[in-house]
Structures are given as structure tokens and as C-alpha cells.
Write a protein that binds this ligand. Structure first.
Ligand SMILES: NC(=O)c1ccc[n+]([C@@H]2O[C@H](COP(=O)([O-])OP(=O)(O)OC[C@H]3O[C@@H](n4cnc5c(N)ncnc54)[C@H](O)[C@@H]3O)[C@@H](O)[C@H]2O)c1
Length: 407
């Protein structure tokens, strides 16, 4: 039997660059791809975006990042724009890894092209904004090859203090979990004004407040906390009741600005979740608390991360104050307890590509996305919705126009 070293089996020598193509050169895409460049062997070699202006801004930025790392500027031949940019990137032989940072409505379509193109994929959350897309993603997951790696953008799980407390909770530090409460209260982002843009382009530029394009705040934003709760409890909710509405947002869009959801996990464990988009002073609070027979756990984005009770514990560094602490980061690059979340997420993903074992996080990503859709449906329909109701209903959202009109 011939033993093949892992890095050879995965096709990379220890120091060779993973050729990185960014799809969606906006705020989060640029932030994450920069983190990959600074913290891993991945090198941005290709860019793709629907809009030429976004693509050009991406080139300016990554040419500077590459120059700072003594790497070549991005070749014009590896720049793609328009409605077929994602397909061109997926077919590009000079790219190993595709990072999908487009609006949520497109994630599954773009994931399909990238996986079927044989690329490693880093796909932002949510994996699907409706049940039809979630089901399609599960089919795509089955086609991921053994040495092909796919990550979903739940970077909070690997933030060192959160990973540490999760390990203790999963090992039983709280005893039997009685209830969970979660919260995500954050500033309402401002509208991106694009004078002269036609209505469909305007929607795309402001996808964040459009239900079909974003999935609404529960699916697009609050998903991080719902993911942490599912992960720490070790299950998805079986049913939900919810309320919410649009009380203060007055600009473009149809997303709600607040949700109150009561989720039920197996064993009648209730997860009470509330979120609001409010004000504009940059302050925010996001996190969760778990209460059990032996004590409680507090897991905020900012502030002490600790366990009380018979197995009391605290993450020592989480209470230190750093410039920018407690400030909201719309691009997900929070400080405080999430300071190293992207760095460690990116390193783990690139290691899975270069030395293995490969990841396939699609099904886990779908499970969390469906949990958020469950709460959303309960809210919109003002009734209790079970997991089975959600799947049977099969709600679907349509874009309502053809992207070709933007070609
Ligand atoms: N993990 C996190 O913490 C986190 C934080 C913020 C955003 N996000 C996610 O990242 C994604 C991008 O968010 P953002 O804030 O960067 O948005 P953005 O609007 O700043 O960027 C989106 C980019 O995608 C491009 N685009 C739109 N439709 C496209 C299409 N069909 N094909 C190719 N390009 C297209 C836009 O032109 C834009 O450049 C979203 O899915 C969002 O949910 C994740």
C-alpha cells in the first residue's frame, strides 16, 4: 500500500497559495477575503460581481492588499461582471476556492455552480432563504466530493471564548438545560441611495430590507444567535410561535424591524428569542443565555462570557476593554468576543483544503436556516408552526424580475 501524504492527496504543497475567487465584492465579501489574505495562504486572484462599479472597487482594494503582501495585482482576465459572472468564476481554471458573499437570495444558485464546478466553497449564511432553496442545497451537499471542502459563514462558533464555553456546555456544565434566551438588538443600517437606478437595481443595491433578497432580519442577521443556540442545545426547534412587525423603519423595503419568537426544542426546552433594529448610535447587544439544573451560561458578543453555578468558569480576556468595544460591525468583523472569529474560521477552512479533512457544512447550514424560516413563518402567519408544517408548506420567494435586464 502506498501512503500519500495528506497535503499531496489534497493537491497542495505546504506553502502553495490557494487561489481565491471572490463572488460579491461588497462589505462582508471584502472584509472576509481580506482576512483570508492576511491570515492564510489563500490569495485573491479573481473577482466577480453583478455590478461593474462594485467589481472595480474590489480590484482597487485587493490590488492594494496583494501589493502589501508582495503578490501580483489581479489579472483583468480574471474579472467577471454581470448576471453570468458567477458561472464564469465557477468555470475558471485559475481558481480553487470561491467565496460567495452575494445577497442571500442567490446563495444556493451560486453554491450549485461553485460545487458543480469542482471548487472549494466558503458560502455566507443563510444557506437558502426559503424551503425550496434549502431542499436544493441539501441535494447539492450530496454532490460535494470527498476532497472538496465547503464551509458556511458561521464564524461565531469558532471565536475562541465562544468555542470554549460551548465545549463546557456540551460536556454538561449546566446539567439539564431548562431554558435558553437570545437577543439581537442592533442599529438599523442606512439606505444606500442610488440616484437614477431603476427600481430593480435599487432593490438589489438595498437587498438588506427586501424579504425575497435577504430572507428578513431573522433569517439574514439573527441567524447567528439561533445557530449558536441550536449548536449548544444540540438540536433544531420542533415548533415556534412568534410576533413582530415593522415599527420604526420607514425607508425602502418590507422586512420587519423586530421579532419575538418562542422556539420549542425536544424535551420542551424553550428558547425565547427577541430582536430589534433601532436607532443609529452604533450600540448593540447580541448573545444568548442558557439556564440549567447546575447553573447558567452567558454568551454575549461583547461582555463577560461565563458560567455560574457548580462548574463556575469565566473567559479571562472577555472583560478587557479595547478601542471600538461594544460597537456594531455591519460587516460582521466585530471586536470583543468575536475578535478572532474570522481569522480562526478562515484558517480552519484553508487547512481543510490544504491538508484535510475536508468540510461539508451545507446540511448544518440548512438546518439553522430552516430554524430561522420556522420563526419567520410563525411570525408572518400569527400561529404556531411546526417543523413539519414548514417543510410541507414549502414557502418560496421569487425575485420577480430577470437579472438579464441588468446585463
Ligand atoms: N457572517 C457575517 O457575520 C456576515 C456579516 C455581514 C453580511 N453577511 C452576509 O454576506 C453577504 C453579503 O453582505 P454584504 O453586507 O457584503 O452586502 P453588500 O451589498 O455590501 O455586497 C453584496 C455584493 O454582491 C453583489 N451582487 C448582488 N447580486 C449579485 C449577483 N446576482 N451576482 C453577483 N454579485 C451580486 C453586489 O453588487 C455587492 O457588491 C450576505 O449574504 C450577508 O448576509 C454575513
Amino acid at each position: 500500500m502506498v501512503l500519500i501524504k495528506a497535503n499531496t492527496a489534497f493537491g497542495y504543497q505546504a506553502n502553495s497559495a490557494v487561489r481565491h475567487g471572490l463572488l460579491g465584492c461588497g462589505s462582508r465579501g471584502t472584509s472576509v477575503a481580506t482576512s483570508f489574505s492576511e491570515n492564510t495562504s489563500a490569495q485573491v486572484v479573481a473577482l466577480a460581481d453583478l455590478f461593474p462599479d462594485q467589481l472595480a472597487a474590489g480590484k482597487d482594494h485587493f490590488d492594494k492588499v496583494n501589493a502589501g503582501l508582495s503578490r501580483a495585482a489581479i489579472d483583468q482576465k480574471l474579472m467577471f461582471h454581470g448576471p453570468h459572472a458567477f458561472e464564469q468564476l465557477a468555470a475558471c481554471k485559475d481558481v480553487d476556492l470561491i467565496q460567495i458573499s452575494t445577497p442571500p437570495f442567490f446563495h444556493v444558485q451560486h453554491l450549485k455552480a461553485a460545487v458543480d464546478g469542482g471548487k472549494h466553497v466558503y458560502c455566507e449564511k443563510p444557506v437558502g432563504i426559503d424551503v425550496r432553496q434549502a431542499r436544493e442545497a441539501l441535494e447539492i451537499a450530496k454532490r460535494v466530493k470527498a476532497n472538496q471542502s465547503v464551509d458556511v459563514g458561521f464564524q461565531c462558533r469558532v471565536a475562541p471564548p465562544i468555542a470554549a464555553i460551548a465545549e463546557k456546555i456540551k460536556a454538561g456544565a449546566l446539567g439539564k438545560v431548562a431554558t435558553v434566551s437570545g437577543y439581537y438588538n442592533s442599529p438599523a443600517s442606512t439606505e444606500k441611495v442610488h440616484p437614477g437606478a431603476k427600481p430593480d437595481e435599487y432593490r438589489l443595491r438595498n437587498w438588506l430590507w427586501d424579504r425575497a433578497l435577504s430572507g428578513d432580519i431573522l433569517v439574514e442577521q439573527n441567524i447567528h444567535i439561533i445557530d449558536l443556540s441550536n449548536w449548544m442545545v444540540g438540536a433544531h426547534p420542533l415548533k415556534a410561535t412568534a410576533t413582530g412587525g415593522r415599527n420604526i423603519l420607514s425607508h425602502f423595503g418590507d422586512c420587519w424591524d423586530n421579532y419575538q419568537v418562542d422556539y420549542s426544542y425536544p424535551g420542551d426546552v424553550h428558547f425565547s428569542f427577541a430582536s430589534t433594529q433601532f436607532g443609529s448610535d452604533g450600540r448593540f447587544e447580541a448573545g444568548l443565555k442558557l439556564f440549567g439544573s447546575n447553573g447558567s451560561a452567558t454568551v454575549p458578543y461583547s461582555g463577560p462570557i461565563q458560567i455560574t453555578g457548580s462548574q463556575a468558569w469565566e473567559w479571562q480576556e472577555s472583560t478587557s476593554s479595547v478601542p471600538g468595544a461594544g460597537k456594531f460591525a455591519a460587516n460582521g468583523a466585530f471586536l470583543d468576543n468575536l475578535k478572532f472569529a474570522d481569522r480562526d474560521k478562515d484558517r480552519g477552512f484553508v487547512d481543510s483544503i490544504t491538508t484535510g479533512p475536508a468540510h461539508n457544512q451545507i446540511a448544518a447550514g440548512v438546518d439553522t436556516a430552516l430554524s430561522c424560516m420556522l420563526g419567520r413563518m410563525a411570525g408572518y402567519q400569527h400561529r404556531e408552526v411546526t417543523w413539519e408544517d414548514l417543510l410541507a408548506h414549502g414557502e418560496t420567494y421569487e425575485l420577480g424580475f430577470n437579472l438579464e435586464e441588468l446585463a
